[in-house]
Design a protein around this ligand. Structure first.
Ligand code: ADP
Length: 152
């Protein structure tokens, strides 16, 4: 069984995330969407809300599992018997950042990261921009899945 873990904060999930997940699905029997919990980080949406958004978005997709984890991402992958990590790349900045993490993870565990380049037209979308627009009461709906659109 080919399994991958897609780790992230998903604060909130965006159409950038769903793009990567949908394109990776044909390659795997299971993709685990894993929200990393970091008590030092401040989030706009609670863990329960973020879990709900992910579960609701993929409720009709049996190959997707949604969960949370603590600690090293590679330890979580081993626990789950997942051979691959999944990440998205929007721009050169993402590449530099992800390269160091991917190389470190591989050195530590032999778990490789598979990168998808964002579909054209979606690389402007980020959770940070969505949160900023929400804070300023702007129109963010075109950047997120339906379930996030009903959020306050
Ligand atoms: P983290 O806090 O770990 O960066 P995010 O939820 O912000 O978590 O991102 C998780 C993954 O989704 C990262 O690999 C990020 O590059 C990717 N991602 C986020 N937005 C997009 C987008 N618009 N297109 C492609 N990948 C994206």
């Amino acid at each position: 069984m080919k399994k991958a873990v897609f780790p992230g904060s998903f604060d909130p999930i965006t159409l950038g995330h769903t793009d990567i997940i949908e394109r990776a699905l044909p390659l795997f029997d299971e993709i685990i969407l894993a929200i990393g919990t970091n008590s030092n980080k401040k989030y706009m949406f609670s863990l329960e809300e973020r879990l709900h958004f992910l579960k609701e978005t993929f409720k009709d997709e049996p190959k997707i599992k949604v969960t949370t984890y603590k600690g090293l991402t590679v330890d979580f992958c081993k626990e789950q018997n997942a051979e691959f990590l999944l990440r998205g790349l929007r721009n050169a900045q993402d590449l530099e950042f992800e390269k160091a993490i991917g190389q470190t993870n591989y050195k530590m565990s032999g778990i490789d990261t598979l990168f998808f380049i964002t579909s054209s037209g979606k690389s402007h979308i980020s959770s940070t921009v969505v949160r900023d627009v929400i804070r300023n009461k702007g129109n963010y709906e075109f950047m997120v899945p339906d379930v996030v659109r009903v959020a306050p």
